[in-house]
Ligand binder design. Sequence first.
Ligand SMILES: Cc1cc2nc3c(=O)[nH]c(=O)nc-3n(C[C@H](O)[C@H](O)[C@H](O)COP(=O)(O)OP(=O)(O)OC[C@H]3O[C@@H](n4cnc5c(N)ncnc54)[C@H](O)[C@@H]3O)c2cc1C
Length: 308
Amino acid sequence: MSETKYDLMILGAGPAGITAALYGQRLGLKTIVFGDIPGGSSYMIEHLANFPGLMEGTSGTQFGTMAFQQAQKEGANFTLTRLESLNRNDNIFIGVDVDGQEHTALSAIAATGRVPKRLAVSNANLKGVHFCSICDGPLYRGKNATLAVVGSDNTAAQHALTLARTADKVLLICRSNTHKMDAVHKDQIEQQNNITLMTNTEVSGYSGQEFVESIEVAEKDKGRQDLAVDGIFLAIGWRPNISALKLEVQKTAEGYLETNEKLMTSVSGLFAAGDVRNTDMWQVLTACADGARAAKYAAEYLEKLTQP
Ligand SMILES: Cc1cc2nc3c(=O)[nH]c(=O)nc-3n(C[C@H](O)[C@H](O)[C@H](O)COP(=O)(O)OP(=O)(O)OC[C@H]3O[C@@H](n4cnc5c(N)ncnc54)[C@H](O)[C@@H]3O)c2cc1C
């Protein structure tokens, strides 16, 4: 067991976790951070073009590295390893890392993010498969692109509508006939003349050399066909990373952590920040904002905890 008891234990070294570490240290909290990839999911961002101030389209990797170095300079202790489990006993959070080492802290922030679900199809790892139309749609601007959106709910509809502004053609491919999207989205889709809605259609494979060039689809009662596409946007759901949380905590049906207005979860002293939280925007900027706020409220919590 580690000798040091920390004020704040952070799970996740993505934008939310790193910002929480930066703010935590600056608020005078002794902070330990778990996470094997400095920058978290942001390493997948080719050009972080929607973060104010980063004019040259800094890559997510550059952003993550700079933020990591900044928090490290403030004194945050980055373990560069993952936490296997987090429990709580008598107001003390107990984390066990992947090497079996135990660490303790008086407060904790879950900033573990989420991962997109992928299709289990042939050539699933080709380049040109995306998950965020706001982020990656602009890559196809001015390229007369045909893009496929796979999914049937409001998120898929929103991706299709966003992409229809810059692509020549958008194929919205829904596996079922009964759409999970609401009437407003359905109307908007039908009015957009460069979106083709394909129902009862399942994607069974991708083809291409390095990048996706076509997809194989199977339409119920009509057989298979290949459709040429320049990119694919998957909207088949995300999975929040919560497997390390071994304590009883309130979650949404999908597993996102519920928080109050001070970002505290249903467990006293455990805060949540960024994509793992039940939120309405999953971006670097909002994750950073969450991280800063969670650290502030963790400091407030600790002040009350240690008051006589
Ligand atoms: C392909 C792609 C492109 C994107 N493009 C953009 C964009 O252009 N602009 C934008 O603003 N946003 C973009 N996003 C979204 C952005 O990356 C996320 O919103 C942001 O990274 C969320 O930050 P986070 O810190 O909450 O989570 P994450 O960045 O996901 O970081 C959480 C980290 O915690 C780790 N972790 C999980 N469990 C544990 C554990 N038990 N112990 C330790 N670590 C753990 C995870 O592996 C992960 O590395 C994109 C996302 C993707 C996938």
